[in-house]
Write a protein that binds this ligand. Structure first.
Ligand code: NDP
Length: 333
């Protein structure tokens, strides 16, 4: 793979210019470009520049509102409803997380449902933002049906990511952020593009047979949930939280109205914020640090999020797929 070295500000500017040229206003372009460039900074490759052509496709088709003005409403002291105004999620998250955090800090727990939105990113930015405010964060969203429930050969679930963050005062939070499919669709698409195989158990080919060929999974096949029936249950829970609970579309409903323009399908996101200080009392952080010391003291263990947080420390330019950079430039030149 040919690569081009780009600094994080160059990545941000590449994304921002492209989004502005294709119908985003300044606030949305800035919020999405920040999501894209922090993904590249941390090594979340499947949700960085790789997603820009998809963002553009849905702006060009008119499916997504590039000038969305997301508005939050406190339905009760603990429930925030954020209307995404048919736009991409980064601006809704940027505006909604502080409101959600304030509510949780006052009464101990609060939830936010984002509706009328298009999620095309990783979830750790929102759970980390809650943890940086001293809160435990949980977030999940759905996608179009791409994953066959355990036992089935046809898709019903999205790749349905789930992220959890635990605050660690004075250091980066503990965060996991994972698709509930055996692999994220973006990673399967990248493996297909780069000619790599994927492990057996990742998905089925268009005839319903297990395969290691990512192109067969991405083109007409299906992904499988991680961990068999257990991962399948968690993927089902994600559908219920971000669709049933929030009052938005389930993956199968989103697919029925999507125009298949290459961007994400519309839907919702569920976020939960909880205060360990209110629930466990003032010793909560030291108590949890004792647990982390035991955990990381075990040979072979590393904390989820650690790889990303180590990547984040480097200010060096990042090697980006040259073909991708060229493709993005042609979208605004
Ligand atoms: P990975 O399988 O790469 O990683 C999942 C989690 O496990 C990460 O938190 C990772 O931490 C951690 N981890 C990985 N290896 C280890 C290890 N050896 N020990 C301990 N922890 C480990 O992620 P996925 O491919 O499942 O998901 C990638 C991204 O795709 C996510 O950010 C997700 O939100 C996003 N996504 C978004 C969708 C959307 O519709 N918006 C749909 C589906 C996925 P670390 O990052 O530090 O490696």
């Amino acid at each position: 793979m040919n690569t081009i070295s780009l600094t994080i500000p160059e990545i941000h500017e590449l994304a921002r210019r492209c989004l502005l040229h294709n119908g985003c206003d300044a606030a949305n372009a800035e919020a999405i470009a920040t999501t894209v460039s922090t993904a590249e900074r941390d090594g979340s490759y499947s949700h960085g520049l790789f997603r820009v052509p998809g963002y553009v496709a849905s702006l060009r088709s008119g499916k997504v509102n590039g000038k969305a003005n997301p508005q939050a409403k406190l339905i009760t002291p603990a429930i925030v409803r954020m209307d995404g105004d048919n736009g991409y999620t980064p601006l809704a998250i940027q505006r909604g997380v502080p409101i959600l955090a304030d509510a949780a800090q006052q009464i101990g727990i609060a939830a936010m449902g984002i509706t009328n939105t298009y999620h095309f990113a990783a979830l750790w930015p929102e759970t980390e933002a809650l943890a940086e405010r001293g809160l435990v964060g949980l977030a999940c969203t759905a996608y179009k049906p791409t994953v066959a429930p355990h036992g089935a050969k046809k898709p019903l679930f999205g790749t349905n990511p789930l992220s959890f963050a635990w605050p660690r005062p004075g250091q980066t939070p503990l965060v996991f952020d994972m698709a509930t499919s055996a692999k994220a669709l973006g990673d399967v698409q990248i493996a297909a593009r780069d000619g790599h195989q994927v492990p057996l158990g990742t998905g089925l080919d268009p005839d319903g047979n297990p395969t290691t060929d990512p192109a067969k999974i991405a083109n007409g096949g299906v992904l499988l949930p991680f961990g068999g029936y257990k991962g399948s249950a968690i993927a089902m829970m994600v559908e219920l939280l971000c669709a049933g609970m929030v009052g938005e579309r389930f993956s199968f409903e989103a697919a029925k109205v999507d125009n298949n323009d290459g961007g994400p399908a519309g839907g919702g996101e569920f976020l939960l914020a909880m205060s360990p200080a209110i629930m466990a009392g003032p010793d909560w952080a030291a108590h949890a640090e004792g647990f982390f010391a035991e955990l990381t003291g075990l040979e072979g263990v590393r904390l989820p999020g650690q790889r990303r947080h180590e990547n984040r420390l480097s200010e060096a330019p990042r090697p980006i797929n040259a073909e991708l950079v060229e493709k993005i430039r042609t979208l605004y030149d």
